[in-house]
Design a protein around this ligand. Structure first.
Ligand code: NDP
Ligand code: 8X3
Length: 252
């Protein structure tokens, strides 16, 4: 029997990479996307034997390329069962009055518009087959707002709203739409946010036991392995040391 297919965006590191490996371990063939082709090659070497793998290198901001590549997938890869919209990052942490406009563009273009482009390319196949699952990786920043995070929080609130809208529009097709909203997860996320400053990045996780990418991949695996009448609609997951976006117990 043919394996099911999962497409994971942002599979070159962190949550996306862990989710791709977890789904491969339960028998999914994997389409993995990202801008860093060498990282996709590394991922291939970490997948179990017998799993087919299609690496796709593109920037989710590039609307034409996203549509061209995803609307013209090789025949074997056209029937995507699970789409994981994970690609995204925070860029900078600054007050609105001084924040960098390029950072704002990056967050809205990647976290919101990139997710939309990928979804728009994949959803018609799901509606025609009347099946599929979409998992959007939101954030605690999509449920709350914290100082100097207005635009990242705005982008993740948009992901929350778009997820709810997808669930409504796709309900008639039996497509399951899932949102997972993590708190602090130690990945390359903070290195990107702080533009490579390791001290600032490390400080984010100092004195706590943060979530790790595998914690989120475990929830992805749980969602996709539920029977077809069950949708895990909305999950907020925090490290135990974190009570809200801003309340973190660093006494450890
Ligand atoms: P990482 O920085 O480790 O991973 C981000 C992934 O997104 C990479 O694979 C990167 O690939 C991809 N990506 C970023 N920009 C683009 C782009 N323009 N085009 C294509 N791919 C892109 O961070 P995480 O794993 O932590 O982040 C994954 C998701 O989880 C994000 O949506 C993030 O907002 C969310 N999240 C993270 C939390 C955390 O604390 N870490 C908490 C809550 C949510 P490449 O650079 O190769 O293109
Ligand atoms: C990532 C978590 O708290 O940095 O989405 O916004 S946070």
């Amino acid at each position: 029997m043919k394996n099911k297919i999962a497409l994971v965006t942002g599979a070159t590191s962190g949550i996306g990479k862990a989710a791709a490996i977890s789904l491969a371990k339960i028998g999914y063939d994997i389409i993995a996307t990202g801008r860093r082709g060498n990282r996709l090659e590394e991922l291939k070497s970490e997948l179990p034997e017998g799993i087919d793998f299609l690496p796709l290198i593109f920037d989710v901001r590039d609307r034409e390329k996203v549509m061209e590549i995803l609307e013209n997938l090789p025949e074997k890869w056209k029937s995507i069962d699970v789409l994981i919209n994970n690609a995204g990052n925070a860029h900078g942490i600054d007050p609105v009055q001084t924040a960098n406009l390029d950072d704002w563009d990056a967050m809205m273009d990647i976290n919101v518009k990139g997710l939309l482009y990928v979804s728009r390319a994949i959803i018609p196949g799901m509606t025609s087959r009347k099946s599929g699952m979409i998992i959007n990786i939101g954030s605690i920043a999509g449920k709350e707002v914290y100082p100097n995070g207005s635009v990242y929080c705005g982008s993740k609130h948009a992901v929350d709203a778009i997820t709810k809208g997808m669930r409504i529009d796709l309900n008639q097709f039996g497509i399951r739409v899932v949102a997972i909203h993590p708190g602090l997860v130690e990945t390359e996320f903070s290195l990107v946010r702080f533009k490579g400053d390791e001290d600032k990045s490390d400080a984010v996780y100092q004195g706590i036991e943060p979530l790790v990418a595998q914690d989120i991949a475990d929830i992805v695996e749980f969602a996709v392995t539920r029977p077809s009448h069950v949708t895990i609609a909305d999950v907020v997951v925090l490290p135990t040391a974190q009570a809200s976006a801003t309340i973190v117990n660093r006494n450890k």
